[in-house]
Design a protein around this ligand. Structure first.
Ligand SMILES: CCCCCCCC/C=C\CCCCCCCCCCCC(=O)SCCNC(=O)CCNC(=O)[C@H](O)C(C)(C)COP(=O)(O)OP(=O)(O)OC[C@H]1O[C@@H](n2cnc3c(N)ncnc32)[C@H](O)[C@@H]1OP(=O)(O)O
Ligand SMILES: Cc1cc2nc3c(=O)[nH]c(=O)nc-3n(C[C@H](O)[C@H](O)[C@H](O)COP(=O)(O)OP(=O)(O)OC[C@H]3O[C@@H](n4cnc5c(N)ncnc54)[C@H](O)[C@@H]3O)c2cc1C
Length: 621
């Protein structure tokens, strides 16, 4: 109940749908079969939404978790980007026109921004939308090879609509990036409309169930009314008007997805991987601890605990942080809707930073879980390869992680500069205005407050040093841009330290809010382990300025090891508490009933390579 809240009824409804749980094994399918199979499930999902009256995003998400386990379907870009962008950037008329059709899936859309030559540098995108007042149309064009749109999910074969980000030109003047609603395919024949060259970009590391696509515009006309006009308008005669607004509003869809990815991708992915690795480690017996005694569960080896329990603690931390990130997004977005845009820079910074920090940690953690499962972890039957290839995409899409950390750092530098000039920071950066103790107060009690304070100190110091180094680079004659680049490694580390502190703080606040003392104690242990591992892994950051001394570091190490034994009896319960159904895990190693070996054998017998096949037989005969 700590995790699922109101989601369970929808999950059980989805589990009753035969088409979702059963069917061909994903691992035995070719890419095309995976894609087709996903489309069949998409159609069934859409029918289920109508049948069960699922309208609310959160309700649908529970259903989707069962319908599309550990994969993104073409509904991801549609419901995660196309519809939110229409709602956030469209005028009332535009919302009325397209949102109901999109919500009923009568039109399917995607978000078309990245190009062959540019993804990160949005201002460098080349697609043009030139207004022609005579026809009252925008003419979309791809002027170069590098301007071909590349990557949008669902563009290759599925979507008939898209929101295209393009440079608006009126009368030869460039007004910058704007969003346009574009019909891509005929609603009758599903063929691409004349003037568009489209297709799938080919096999990828993961995302097999999504047709990421390309799109080239050849002077393709769309009605004037198709520019999303909530914040800017182009009148019939070509007059451009805009509300007083932050030009970064057109980046809103990206902030939304980044805010969701922390929970949906990093939190869920790592929690699933931990569930699989910890359950399997309780089933797997190997070697000897004591002579002539039965082989122990591998989970009883301290080294195995040392691999997995910090990841379990991290999974809880990322999960809670993801939930908090969603809350912050909706809160600040509501403020923005009421005209209060003051917190947009902070929202951008924290969503960029946390998206990067948590997807990197989760990606690394999922791979560690796989390694901890030995040989069977390398088998597709473990479910871990699929979880990994899809989750690790989160390090790249919606803003490459290094670039996102640098965006977060940019905000931190602005805030720190402001503090130097007497401004008081608030929200997630309020600690930059505090006087921070220069000596660590950690004692063998390891209170959560003292642990969080240690991370606060580290973040504040690293931000200060990054800022001072930036100033020194400039003072020694480098221009601001070169100084930034020469300081960028230090800046990303400062941003990571800020996000790390934020995550520890969120975890601490969740523990404090729990009423049940037993649950509170167990969560406190996990939170301590998370923080202590963070201190140990980054010990240089904590001792560099004499904040933490050698004795304290030794205490940290001792406590970390004793926590492993304390957590051991609850480890399996702690992953069971995530309440992932076997269908969602897609793993033989992580089965709830623990019946691993029998099912591995059954599974191997079903592999297509064991089926009679003429060519293989002839070659081997
Ligand atoms: C409760 C239930 C909810 C249920 C929800 C259900 C929906 C679920 C949805 C999602 C779940 C997860 C789904 C997973 C499936 C995902 C499928 C894959 C989707 C992938 C889609 C994509 O990848 S789309 C393409 C994404 N592309 C990018 O992210 C590009 C990255 N680049 C940029 O964003 C920008 O170029 C940049 C930020 C790097 C730089 O921008 P720019 O050059 O314009 O700015 P500057 O660096 O010069 O900075 C100027 C100034 O602006 C500030 N700023 C920059 N960006 C923003 C912003 N977005 N908002 C506010 N402010 C911004 C910057 O900080 C600077 O500020 P200063 O004050 O001047 O310092
Ligand atoms: C699975 C997946 C799904 C996607 N779905 C969509 C979609 O639906 N719609 C869409 O429009 N796009 C989509 N994309 C594209 C995605 O948003 C971009 O790939 C992403 O934003 C990264 O941009 P890039 O490819 O240009 O990387 P690059 O910017 O080329 O990154 C390459 C390297 O350069 C470094 N780098 C770049 N700029 C800087 C800088 N300023 N400072 C320091 N280092 C820098 C990066 O850190 C990285 O190491 C998807 C991508 C993937 C992988």
């Amino acid at each position: 109940m700590l995790f699922k809240g109101g989601g369970l009824p929808h999950e059980s409804l989805a589990l009753q749908e035969k088409l979702f749980g059963a069917g061909p094994d994903y691992n035995f399918m070719t890419r095309i079969e995976r894609f087709k199979n996903s489309l069949v499930r998409v159609q069934h999902f859409i029918r289920c939404c109508a049948r069960y009256n699922l309208h609310d995003h959160a309700d649908k998400k529970w259903f989707e978790g069962v319908a599309f386990p550990n994969e993104v379907s073409v509904l991801g870009p549609h419901s995660g980007m196309f519809i939110p962008t229409l709602k956030e950037q469209g005028s009332e008329e535009q919302i009325q026109k397209w949102v109901p059709q999109a919500e009923k899936h009568q039109i399917m859309g995607t978000y078309i921004q990245t190009e062959l030559g540019h993804g990160t540098f949005v201002r460098g995108l080349e697609t043009t939308a030139t207004y022609d007042p005579k026809t009252e149309e925008f003419i979309l064009n791809s002027p170069t090879l590098t301007s071909i749109k590349w990557w949008p999910g669902g563009l290759g074969r599925t979507c008939n609509f898209g929101i295209v980000m393009a440079l608006l030109y009126i009368d030869g003047k460039n007004y910058g990036m704007h969003p346009f609603v574009v019909q891509l395919r005929s609603l009758k024949t599903h063929e691409p409309l004349p003037g568009l060259t489209m297709g799938d970009i080919g096999p990828k590391f993961g995302f097999d169930t999504v047709d990421n696509g390309y799109l080239q515009f050849n002077h393709f006309g769309i009605p004037r009314e198709n520019m999303l006009m909530k914040y800017c308008q182009v009148l019939k005669n070509g007059t451009y008007t805009k509300q007083t607004r932050n030009p970064k509003f057109s980046y809103g869809a990206m902030i939304f997805v980044r805010s969701m990815v922390v929970y949906e991708v990093a939190g869920q992915g790592l929690a699933k991987a931990c569930t699989i690795a910890i359950r399997y480690s309780a089933i797997r017996r190997q070697s000897e601890l004591k002579k002539s005694r039965p082989e122990p569960q591998i989970l009883d080896y301290q080294t195995q605990q040392y691999k997995l329990f910090p990841l379990l603690a991290l999974a809880y931390a990322v999960w809670f942080t993801g939930v908090r990130m969603k809350e912050i997004y909706f809160m600040v977005n509501n403020e923005i809707k009421q005209g209060h845009t003051e917190r947009l820079p902070e929202l951008h910074a924290i969503s960029s930073g946390l998206k990067a920090f948590t997807t990197s940690m989760a990606s690394w953690g999922i791979e560690r879980c796989r390694l901890a499962c030995g040989g069977h972890g390398y088998s597709a039957a473990s479910g871990l390869p699929k979880i990994y290839v899809n989750a690790t995409g989160g390090c790249t899409y919606e803003g490459e992680n290094t670039v996102m950390l640098l965006q977060c750092a940019r905000f931190l530098m602005n805030i720190y500069g402001g503090v130097k000039n007497g401004r008081r920071p608030s929200g997630s950066v309020n600690y930059l205005g505090e006087r921070i103790s220069s000596r660590c107060t950690l004692t063998s009690e390891f209170t959560l407050k003292s642990l969080a304070d240690a991370f606060k100190h580290r973040a504040a110091r690293m931000i200060k040093e990054a800022s001072e180094r930036l100033n020194r680079l400039q003072a020694s004659g480098n221009d601001p841009e070169d100084s930034w680049n020469l300081n960028s490694v230090v800046l990303t580390k400062a941003a990571e330290a800020h996000c790390h502190y934020y995550m520890v703080l969120v975890f601490e606040s969740v523990v404090e809010s729990v009423e049940d003392n037993c649950v509170k104690d167990i969560l406190r242990q996990l939170c301590q382990l998370l923080a202590l591992c963070g201190i140990q892994e980054n010990s240089g950051d904590f001792i560099q300025d004499g904040f933490l001394n050698n004795d304290q570091l030794e205490l940290v190490k001792q406590k970390q090891l004793s926590l492993l034994s304390e957590i051991r009896p609850n480890a399996v319960l702690l992953v069971d508490a995530f309440e992932f159904h076997d269908v969602q895990l897609g793993s033989i190693l992580g089965r709830f009933d623990g019946n691993v070996y029998e099912n591995l054998f059954k599974w191997a017998k079903k592999t297509p390579l064991n089926k009679p096949e003429d060519l293989i037989h002839r070659l081997l005969r």
